[in-house]
Design a protein. Structure first.
Length: 149
């Protein structure tokens, strides 16, 4: 489901398969990827050890990324570098549906933990390259939530 016609991002909801053992969610399938994105990139598992922890605050010129909150709750700030358009989202690992956020190149992204602990799964369509990561302070830790609140 494309959320915005201008900014290159989308939000998709997926069913959580729950039973006595826990939950199972299909995060990303080959059929979700266009032909140009079939080459494997990298998978990250990211943790946020405290309320108010900020990660991201950067963009990539080549990467396309998919994010899913595994546990906890995160606020997400996005900004399109070409238009200056911004979007604010909250992704909650405990929601009834599993939510996946996809962003394209040149979308500044920052994640801030709204819970004492949170974790995030991140898939990228290419391997990390230091020359394709550009810092951009979109969210400051002290502007979002103080630690320990």
């Amino acid at each position: 489901m494309k959320v915005d016609q201008g900014m290159d991002y989308s939000i998709e909801k997926f069913e959580k398969h729950n039973d006595l053992r826990g939950q199972l969610v299909v995060f990303l399938k080959n059929s979700n990827l266009s032909a140009s994105m079939k080459e494997f990139g990298q998978i990250y598992f990211v943790t946020f050890d405290g309320r108010g922890v900020v990660r991201g605050n950067h963009y990539h010129k080549r990467w396309r990324e998919w994010f899913g909150v595994v546990s906890g709750k995160l606020s997400v700030e996005l900004m399109d570098l070409s238009t200056g358009e911004t979007v604010s989202l909250v992704l909650d690992g405990d929601s009834d549906d599993y939510i996946r956020l996809e962003i394209g190149p040149n979308i500044v992204h920052a994640f801030c933990s709204l819970t004492p602990m949170a974790s995030l799964l991140n898939y990228t369509d290419t391997e990390w390259a230091p020359l394709d990561t550009f810092s951009y302070e979109l969210t400051k830790t002290d502007e979002v939530v103080e630690f320990g609140i």
